[in-house]
Design a binder for this molecule. Structure first.
Ligand code: SF4
Ligand code: SF4
Length: 335
C-alpha cells in the first residue's frame, strides 16, 4: 500500500500576540507569562496601540489575546471592539476558568478561541490550581464553558503535554475532545520538550493517526504537524518547534544553544505599548521595534507569499466575513 502524501506548507506568520493582563486564576508550573511578568495591562485607550495596529495592518491579520488569563482583563469588550474596528480578527487563548455570564458575549465576538485544558485527572489538575482550590469544580467549570461556547465561537482544546509519570492521561483528554468534536492541539511542555515530544508521537502512533500536513509558520519556529485519524473525520495538531534564530535577534545571544521557543511571534504588551521579540529578552519601545520590523522582519515575512484562502480554510470552511490581509508585495515562494 502506498503511503498517503504529506502536504508541506510554508505559511506566512499572520498573527500578533497582545498580552492583556498579568493576572491569572491558575498557577501552571510551565507558564512563561509571555516573558513579561509584572507588566502593566495593555489599554484600548493607549494611542500607541491604535497607531501600531494601524501601521501593521497590511502585514498581520490576527491579534491573538493572551495573558495571564485574558478573560480577567477588565476592558475586554473595548479591546476586542478596537481590534475588530481596525480590521483584525481577534482570537484568544484562555484557561477556560471564567464566569460565562460576565465574558460570554465578548468571547462570542472572537474569531477563534483556544482553551488550554490539559487534563481531566484531578491528580494532575491539582498541580495547576492555587492551593486550596476545589479541583473537581475547576474541571467542571472548564467543561461547562466549553459545552456552552462551542456553538458560539470556533474553538480548539490546547493540552500542554508533560512527563509520562505526571498522571496527565492525554488519552482521556483526547477522548473527550473527539467526543465533543473539538480539534485538539498537543503542545510539548518546554521544560521537558524531548520527553513530551516522544510521548505525543507514541500516543499518535498507538491511536493510528497519520501525519497529513506540516505547516511551517514563517518567519518563526512554529511548526504545526496535523495528524488525521483513519477515516479523516478527526484531526490532532502537534505543535512542534524547529529552531528559528534570525541573526538580527540571536547573533550574539548567550542563550543560543538553550532557548526553546526561539523566534516565534511578535508580542505586544504594556502601557505605553512595547514589543517583545523573544520571551527571554526585554521588550523594546515601538520606535525601535519599527526600525527592526522594516529592516529585518518584514523582508523575512515577504519571503513567503500569503495564501489567504489557505489561512481561512486551515481552521474553518465557513469564514466569509473574516477580515482580509493585503497580499505580499513582491514575489516569493508560495505555500
Ligand atoms: S493559565 Fe496560562 S497564564 Fe495562567 S498560569 Fe496557566 S499557563 Fe500561565
Ligand atoms: S534566547 Fe531569544 S535572542 Fe537568544 S537565541 Fe533564543 S530567540 Fe534568539
Amino acid at each position: 500500500m502506498t503511503k498517503p502524501k504529506v502536504k508541506n506548507v510554508r505559511f506566512r506568520n499572520d498573527r500578533l500576540r497582545l498580552k492583556l493582563t498579568d493576572q491569572c486564576n491558575l498557577r501552571c508550573p510551565f507558564c512563561h507569562y509571555e516573558g513579561a511578568r509584572k507588566t502593566a495591562p495593555a489599554s484600548p485607550d493607549d494611542p500607541l496601540l491604535g497607531r501600531t495596529l494601524r501601521r501593521l495592518k497590511n502585514h498581520y491579520r490576527i491579534v491573538w489575546l493572551t495573558g495571564g488569563e485574558p478573560t480577567l482583563y477588565e476592558n475586554l469588550p473595548e479591546m476586542i471592539g478596537l481590534i475588530r474596528d481596525l480590521g483584525y480578527e481577534a482570537d484568544m487563548t484562555s484557561n477556560g476558568v471564567f464566569d460565562l455570564d460576565r465574558v460570554g458575549d465578548s468571547l462570542a465576538r472572537l474569531g477563534w478561541l483556544n482553551i488550554s485544558f490539559h487534563s481531566l485527572s484531578p491528580v494532575y489538575v491539582r498541580k495547576l490550581v492555587p492551593r486550596g482550590s476545589d479541583v473537581g469544580r475547576t474541571i467542571d467549570i472548564i467543561r461547562a464553558n466549553i459545552a456552552a461556547l462551542k456553538s458560539r465561537v470556533p474553538l480548539a482544546i490546547n493540552a500542554v503535554v508533560g512527563r509520562e509519570d505526571e498522571g496527565q492521561r492525554i488519552r482521556d483528554i483526547h477522548e473527550y475532545a473527539r467526543e465533543e468534536q473539538i480539534p485538539l492541539k498537543l503542545v510539548p511542555d518546554w521544560r521537558c520538550v524531548d520527553e513530551a515530544r516522544r510521548l505525543i508521537l507514541r500516543f499518535l502512533r498507538e491511536e493510528k493517526y497519520r501525519l497529513g500536513e506540516v505547516v511551517h509558520i514563517h518567519p518563526g519556529s512554529n511548526v504545526r504537524k496535523v495528524y488525521f485519524n483513519g477515516d479523516r473525520t478527526y484531526k490532532v495538531e502537534f505543535k512542534d518547534i524547529v529552531p528559528f534564530r534570525p541573526d538580527f535577534l540571536c547573533r550574539d545571544c548567550d542563550r543560543r544553544e538553550t532557548c526553546i521557543e526561539c523566534f516565534a511571534f511578535i508580542r505586544l504588551e504594556g502601557r505605553p505599548l512595547k514589543a517583545r521579540l523573544c520571551i527571554h529578552k526585554p521588550p523594546v519601545g515601538m520606535g525601535e521595534f519599527f526600525e527592526i520590523f522594516e529592516a529585518h522582519i518584514r523582508p523575512l515575512q515577504e519571503e513567503c507569499a500569503y495564501d489567504l484562502d489557505y489561512a481561512l480554510n486551515y481552521r474553518l470552511d465557513e469564514r466569509p466575513d473574516a477580515p482580509g490581509l493585503a497580499p505580499a508585495e513582491g514575489g516569493g515562494r508560495k505555500g
